[in-house]
Design a protein. Structure first.
Ligand code: SF4
Length: 444
């Protein structure tokens, strides 16, 4: 499998990422940086001169998937130079470096300079015009993940991310605003702010309400049609935070990781919240924002979690009436305090508990989505999942994070169009909608 050239001008780059939205935003930024230097982003690894993999280590399964992906890419193209970065590369560089085809292992601290490490060229500051001209059309400009913060100063006992990503650090507000202006000029309909510990934005500079200031600046200084916040630790949010939702461009969607609904378990996790504090926060959010979509993360089978503790956690999750759950089976991570704890739970018990939470999550998600049958919500259309005689199966998300699909004669990808929700398919976890757009209607 010959390649044009491994280094220098006009390389073909294949990019892959695993894990969180932060990884996703980093890979999107790398794509823009490579393109700005005249390199081509290719979807097929077999065509690539350079392959970049942004790995994840949040669970043992994620680490295994990272290794498997790197090996698979080497089999797909044993001539390409593979660069591996991300959290798994951070915590286990030696295990990655020995995989065939791996030319470089770059840790999270040096990730921002990965493109320069490969091309030898410095990254030019954002320039609107060149980018919007040369972005390939297949990269639908729908939702962009924007990294605003990295690292974390907390020490939740199960968490390897805080070990892999280092101390909390925030991007300059002006840089974030400039990037969102550029994304708006490129036609993106939505920006999603991401970070390891998003709620701590600005705290490394001594700013208590840094995230509030940032969101206000983005909403007042850019024309991005829609702004969404990714995961927020519950203890970071002050009552003033919810005043941000006076601006309808801010999506009524909050992802607030709970991890456990039992105070005793929360204590062993070193989580800075309790049932009472979390309930008060949810009440404050629901008072300030009309029926927000509140989703969460829950761990099943944390060390020492008795049947009674699990029952308390499950009951609290149900009582909070979330709109969706991300359920994780506890995974022992090297270097974390929980890994050294006694009372690790048997795999089959973890399996049973996570299955119960997953079923509860599906029920809660159905209940939330069905509340909107008959209602009209703005949808950012993201991709086409199929076609039929009558048209294309368009898929997208409402502002309150309901996944929707519509059979329509037009390709709606990249547009934000209101749609009436007509039904919900619980098995697929998707709502059917009627886009309120005529066939020949001009829409920007
Ligand atoms: S807040 Fe806790 S769970 Fe979140 S990244 Fe920091 S240590 Fe990990």
């Amino acid at each position: 499998m010959g390649s044009r050239q491994r280094d220098g001008e006009g390389m073909r780059i294949h990019l892959r990422t695993l894990g969180c939205r932060l990884n996703q935003s980093e890979i999107e930024t790398m794509a823009r940086e490579f393109r700005r230097q005249g390199h081509e982003i290719v979807d097929d690894p077999a065509l690539a001169d350079q392959i970049i993999v942004n790995t994840c280590a949040v669970t043992e399964d994620a680490s295994r998937a990272s290794r498997r992906l790197v090996r698979g890419l080497n089999r797909a193209n044993d001539d390409a130079a593979i660069t591996v970065t991300g959290c798994y590369a951070q915590i286990a560089p030696d295990q990655i470096a020995v995989i065939p085809g791996v030319a470089r292992v770059i840790d999270n601290g040096a990730k921002d300079r990965l493109v320069t490490a490969i091309t030898g060229k410095e990254i030019e500051p954002f320039d609107l015009e060149p980018i919007s001209r040369d972005t390939p059309t297949h990269l639908a400009r729908t939702r962009a993940f924007v990294k605003v913060q990295d690292g974390c100063d907390n020490a939740c006992t199960f968490c390897v991310t805080t070990l892999a990503r280092g101390a909390g650090r925030s991007r300059a507000l002006a840089d974030v605003v400039a990037e969102i202006r550029m994304l708006t000029a490129m036609g993106y309909q939505e920006a999603v702010l991401t970070g390891v510990h998003l709620g701590s934005y600005g705290q490394d500079r001594g700013e208590r309400d840094g995230l509030i200031t940032l969101v206000r600046a983005i909403l007042s200084e850019t024309d991005i049609p829609r702004l969404r916040l990714s995961s927020l630790e519950p203890w970071d949010l002050t009552p003033e935070f919810f005043t941000l939702w006076r601006d309808p461009r801010l999506c009524p969607h909050l992802h607030l990781p709970l991890q456990s609904g039992c105070d005793a378990t929360l204590k062993r996790m070193l989580r800075k919240t309790t049932q009472a504090q979390f309930r008060a926060l949810i009440d404050a959010a629901r008072t300030a924002i009309p029926d927000p979509c509140i989703t969460t993360d829950v761990i099943a089978g944390f060390p020492g979690e008795t049947d009674e503790e699990f029952a308390i956690s499950e009951a609290f999750v149900r009582a909070m009436d979330f709109a969706g759950l991300h359920v994780f089976r506890y995974s022992k991570r090297p270097g974390t305090a929980a890994a050294r704890m006694r009372g690790h739970i048997a795999e089959d018990v973890k399996q049973t508990r996570s299955a119960r939470l997953i079923a509860l999550g599906a029920e809660l998600e159905r209940r939330y989505a069905e509340r909107y049958i008959g209602a009209t919500r703005p949808v950012v259309w993201e991709h086409i999942s199929g076609a039929a005689q009558e048209g294309f199966v368009n898929v997208g998300y409402t502002d309150n994070y309901i996944r929707v699909s519509a059979l329509h004669p037009r390709v709606l990808t990249g547009l934000m169009v209101p749609a009436q929700i007509t039904g919900y398919d619980a098995a697929k976890g998707i709502a059917s909608v009627l886009p309120l757009i005529e066939m020949d209607m001009e829409w920007t």
